[in-house]
Design a protein. Sequence first.
Length: 163
Amino acid sequence: MHCPYCNASETKVIDSRLAADGAQVRRRRVCSVCQERFTTFEMVEVVMPRIIKSSGKIEPYDNEKLRRSVMLPLQKRPITIDEQEAMISRIEKRVRQMGEREVSSNVLGEIIMSELKDLDDVAYVRFASVYRDFQDIDAFQKELANIRPSDKTDNVVEGEKTL
C-alpha cells in the first residue's frame, strides 16, 4: 500500500479490526518513510451477474437501481432502514447464489416481489402493480386475493356486528 502523504511503497500494518459488521477489515497503517498514519478498508469484491432486460438488452447489475426500485414502494411504510438494507442484501445474496453470469430481469423481479411480500403487503402490491403492469382494478383484486391468507374471515360472526 502506498503512503497517501509521501507515496512511499513501504507501509506497515499496526492494527486490524473488523468493520461494517464483518464485511470489511479496517487496517491502521504507518509509513516507514514519513511516519504518517492512515487507515485503509479492505472488503471482498463481489461480481454480480449482468441483467438481461425483457427487450434482450444486457446491462451491468446496478445496486442503486435495485435500491430505488425497492425503496419507492416502501415509502411511508413502517419499515426501518435496517430492515430495508437487510432485504436488499438478501436479494443480492439470492442473485449471487444462482451462480449465473447473466440473470433475466424477470427472475430478479420475482425475487424482489417475494422479499417484499415477506416484509410488507402494501409495498408488495405497490411494486407488483408496476412490475406486472396492472391495467385495471380487477388486476389489483386478483393480486390481493393471492396474498390474503385463506383462513382470514371478515370478522363477522353470525348474529354479531362489527364496527
